[in-house]
Write a protein that binds this ligand. Structure first.
Ligand code: 3HC
Length: 327
C-alpha cells in the first residue's frame, strides 16, 4: 500500500527545498512532495528487483564453476546480490510501500528491472564478463547514489558499492585467467566481452535527450550525473582495463575525441533496448518464470517464519495481551 501524503503547505515545501539545496538528507520522518516519494519508490523498487533477478544469470553457474574456490566466490557474490535486494526493499518500505506489493508488481510482470539481466550466460567466461562489465557499470552508476538526497537510499548504497567493487574485481580476475590460458579460453573470454559490452552500455538508460526522468531526479539530487555522463565515465574506466586484459572492445568507432573531450562511439542499438524493456529480450520470460516459481515455492518458508514470530511474541506478556485483545 502506498502512503498518501498531503500536498504540503508553502512552509513544508520551503523546508524540503532548503534541505535539498544545503545537501542535507531527506529522512522518512520529513515532509516530501508526493512526486519525490513516487520517483524514489519507482527507482528504488526497480533497483531492488534488479538485484534479485540479477541472481539468476550467475546462479546458473554455481553448480558448474570450474573449481571449489570459484564456486565459493560465485556463491558469495550471488548471496551479496540477495542482500542488496533486501536493503533496497527496506529503503523503499520507509517510503510507505509494502514489500508484498513490490513483489506482486514484479512477479505479475508490471515492474521494471534492469535490461541487463535478460541475456543468457552460456559459458563460464560470462561470469567474468558480468563481473567486469555489469558490476563495473553498476559501480559507475551507483557510487554517486551514495550521495542521493534520500537518506535510507544513500546509506544502503554505501555497503552495496563496496561489495560491487569486489564483484568487479573477481570478474576481471576470471577474464584475466582465461586470457592467460589456451587459445580456446581466450576466444571464450573475447566472445563473452563481445556479447556483454553493448548491453552493459544500455544499463545506464536512454540518452539524455530521451530520458524523461533525469532532469527532475537531478534537480532533487537523487541522480547526480546524467545517463550519458555516466556511460562516458564507464568507457573511460574500461579502455585501460581492456588493454591489461588483452581483450578488444567491440566498437570499431571507439576513440577519444580530444576536441570534444569525450569518447566517440558507434550508435547504441536502442531498438534492442526497447525490445528488452517491452519483455521481448532473450531471457525475459525465463527470468520471470523462475522468480514466480521461487516465490510460490517459498510460501511455506514465509508461513513458517510468520508463525515462529507469532509464537515468540506470545511468550512476551505485553505482546500476548495485544494478540489476545485483537483475537
Ligand atoms: N533497464 C530497464 N529499464 C531502464 C533502464 C535499464 N537499463 N534504463 C532506464 N530504464 C527505464 C527507467 O526505469 C524509466 O522507466 P519508468 O519511467 O517506466 O520507470 C525509463 O527507462 C526512462 O529512463 P530514465 O533515464 O528517464 O529513468 P531514470 O532517471 O530512472 O534512470 C537509471 C534510469 C539510470 C537505471 C536509474 O533509475 C538508476 O540509476 N537506478 C539505480 C540503479 C539501478 O537500478 N541499477 C540497475 C542495475 S542493478 C545491478 O546492476 C546489480 C548489480 O549486482 C550488477
Amino acid at each position: 500500500m502506498t502512503t498518501d501524503t498531503d500536498a504540503g503547505n508553502a512552509a513544508e515545501q520551503d523546508a524540503f527545498d532548503a534541505l535539498i539545496a544545503a545537501e542535507q538528507r531527506i529522512e522518512p520522518r520529513d515532509w516530501m512532495p508526493d512526486a519525490y516519494r513516487r520517483t524514489l519508490i519507482r527507482q528504488i523498487s526497480q533497483h531492488a528487483h534488479s538485484e534479485i533477478i540479477g541472481m539468476q544469470p550467475e546462479g546458473n553457474w554455481i553448480t558448474r564453476a570450474p573449481s571449489l574456490k570459484r564456486k565459493a566466490i560465485l556463491m558469495a557474490k550471488v548471496q551479496d546480490e540477495a542482500g542488496h535486494g533486501l536493503y533496497l526493499y527496506s529503503a523503499a518500505q520507509t517510503l510507505g510501500i509494502g514489500r508484498d506489493e513490490m513483489t506482486e508488481q514484479l512477479i505479475a510482470g508490471r515492474a521494471k528491472y534492469s535490461s541487463i539481466f535478460n541475456y543468457p550466460t552460456p559459458t563460464w567466461a560470462d561470469m567474468g564478463a558480468i563481473g567486469w562489465l555489469v558490476d563495473g557499470a553498476a559501480i559507475c552508476n551507483q557510487v554517486p547514489l551514495c550521495r542521493a538526497s534520500y537518506g535510507p537510499y544513500g546509506r544502503a548504497m554505501v555497503r552495496i558499492c563496496k561489495e560491487e567493487s569486489f564483484h568487479q574485481r573477481q570478474g576481471f580476475e576470471i577474464l584475466l585467467a582465461l586470457m592467460q590460458g589456451s587459445p580456446a579460453q581466450r576466444e571464450m573470454a573475447q566472445d563473452a566481452v563481445d556479447r556483454w559490452y553493448w548491453p552493459s552500455l544500455m544499463m545506464f538508460g536512454p540518452p539524455d535527450d530521451r530520458s524523461p526522468n533525469s532532469a527532475q531526479s537531478m534537480a532533487w539530487k537523487i541522480k547526480r550525473f546524467s545517463n550519458d555522463e555516466l556511460r562516458q565515465r564507464f568507457i573511460g574506466m574500461l579502455v585501460p582495463q581492456a588493454e591489461v586484459l588483452g581483450v578488444s572492445l567491440p566498437d570499431p568507432e571507439l576513440r577519444w575525441d580530444a576536441g570534444a573531450g569525450r569518447w566517440h562511439m558507434s550508435e547504441i542499438d536502442w531498438t534492442e533496448f526497447h525490445e528488452v524493456l517491452a519483455g521481448r529480450g532473450p531471457m525475459n520470460s525465463e527470468r520471470l518464470r523462475a522468480r514466480r516459481e521461487a516465490h510460490e515455492g517459498g510460501a511455506w518458508v514465509r508461513e513458517a517464519a510468520a508463525e515462529y514470530a507469532r509464537k515468540r511474541a506470545l511468550r512476551r506478556p505485553a505482546v500476548a495481551e495485544a494478540f489476545e485483545g485483537a483475537a
